[in-house]
Write a protein of this length. Structure first.
Length: 76
């Protein structure tokens, strides 16, 4: 059975308060950065993911390979 929460006013904005058991289940705490997306009228909240060194290295290598000729021309 889903938990029902109410959107409440917070100054000029609106928000939903997450109880500690929900935060604990998600592994979130106060200050956790989350990404907010809307798909098919559904709100999707996910913990913000940062790229690690391997991801950055792989992406950089792909970009260099794809644009090598242009990069070499610009380096002259």
């Amino acid at each position: 059975m889903p938990l029902v929460k109410k959107v409440t006013k917070h100054g000029n904005s609106a928000g939903v308060i997450f109880d500690q058991p929900i935060l604990k289940q998600l592994g979130w705490e106060v200050g956790t950065e989350i990404e907010v997306n809307v798909r098919d009228s559904k709100l999707i909240l996910t913990r913000r993911q940062y790229a690690n060194d391997d991801d950055v290295r792989t992406t950089t290598q792909k970009l260099i390979a794809k644009h090598r000729k242009a990069l070499e021309r610009m380096a002259r």
